[in-house]
Design a protein around this ligand. Structure first.
Ligand code: SF4
Length: 64
């Protein structure tokens, strides 16, 4: 089964780093100022992993 990526939105501080790294998968919601996953599958895994590693509050995670 393909890995899916998700965000613990209550912990997100809306810094925008994940969107900068991989805008295909992550998007900052301007109303809530939280990041959202707009494409949980099929994104470039290395960029998703980079976003996970770069998130300052470590709230992005893989669901398996
Ligand atoms: S990098 Fe983390 S804290 Fe920053 S917007 Fe993305 S999910 Fe939120």
């Amino acid at each position: 089964m393909a890995k899916r990526v998700n965000i613990k939105e209550d912990e997100c501080i809306g810094c925008g780093t994940c969107e900068e790294i991989c805008e295909e998968v992550f998007k900052l919601n301007e109303e809530t100022e939280k990041a959202e996953v707009i494409k949980p599958e099929g994104g470039p895994e290395d960029l998703i992993q980079e976003a996970i590693d770069s998130c300052p509050v470590e709230c992005i995670y893989w669901e398996e």
